[in-house]
Design a protein around this ligand. Structure first.
Ligand SMILES: [Zn+2]
Length: 147
């Protein structure tokens, strides 16, 4: 759900200027929003360990963004990384948390202890992230249109 909303927000922000890059980024966000969870299953990794370390996703994002100058296709990777980072932003609020230090083996996870998954507070947190992800790009789009 959050991935879908971020995708809509990206569309609102970039569609006019770069429709191909926006389409790639939208598809990437949709695929990446749950990637930290679904990638760990075929690799038989412990939950919230290696795939929940933000460093991988920040590296993917920082490597793919400059490549978008030459082609819209790296937008898939950039969107995938953004979706995964959004996933981690929501996971860090739960008691289990995510690993922030190396090695991300799950022994030293960090949590903000804001909510539990599926609780009303947790659902409110997801809603707040969705609203923020939609409102910010739409506001920026309005700002760019005035410039
Ligand atoms: Zn997760």
């Amino acid at each position: 759900m959050a991935g879908a909303c971020v995708s809509i927000a990206l569309a609102a922000l970039f569609w006019d200027a770069h429709p191909q890059a926006a389409a790639c980024a939208i598809a990437g966000v949709m695929a990446g929003a749950n990637a930290p969870d679904w990638i760990e299953k075929p690799l038989m990794l412990q939950h919230r360990t290696w795939t929940h370390w933000p460093g991988w996703w920040l590296a993917l994002l920082s490597g793919s963004l400059p490549a978008m100058i030459f082609s819209p296709l790296p937008g898939l990777a950039a969107g995938f990384a953004v979706g995964a980072l959004l996933h981690l932003a929501l996971d860090i609020g739960t008691p289990t948390g995510i690993p922030l230090r190396w090695p991300p083996d799950g022994r030293r996870r960090r949590s903000l202890h804001l909510y539990t998954t599926g609780s009303p507070t947790g659902e409110a947190a997801v809603l707040a992230v969705v609203v923020a992800c939609c409102a910010l790009p739409v506001a920026l789009h309005g700002l760019f249109m005035r410039l």
